[in-house]
Design a protein. Structure first.
Length: 81
């Protein structure tokens, strides 16, 4: 994941032209979401089952495929400086 994170940082600065502060907020939000996911995973598995939980988490990979679309103007306007 470190190589992907390094490429993502370059993409955020050069491609999306976000300021370091906004990029930091974006990565902080991702870290908080990861922490919440780790805390809630046992409850989610108990409620949905292992198979459905894995299927749900696989959608994250599909969301990452949408990242290049931000260059076409699909990024969230609030994040621009």
């Amino acid at each position: 994941m470190n190589a992907a994170r390094a490429v993502l940082i370059v993409f955020v600065y050069r491609g999306l032209q976000l300021s370091p502060g906004v990029a930091g907020l974006m990565f902080t939000a991702g870290a908080v979401a990861a922490f919440l996911g780790a805390v809630l995973c046992q409850r989610l598995v108990a409620r949905l089952g292992v198979g459905r939980t894995l299927l749900l988490t696989a959608t994250e990979g599909l969301v990452w495929l949408l990242v290049p679309l931000t260059l076409l103007g699909a990024s969230v306007p609030i994040l621009r400086h």
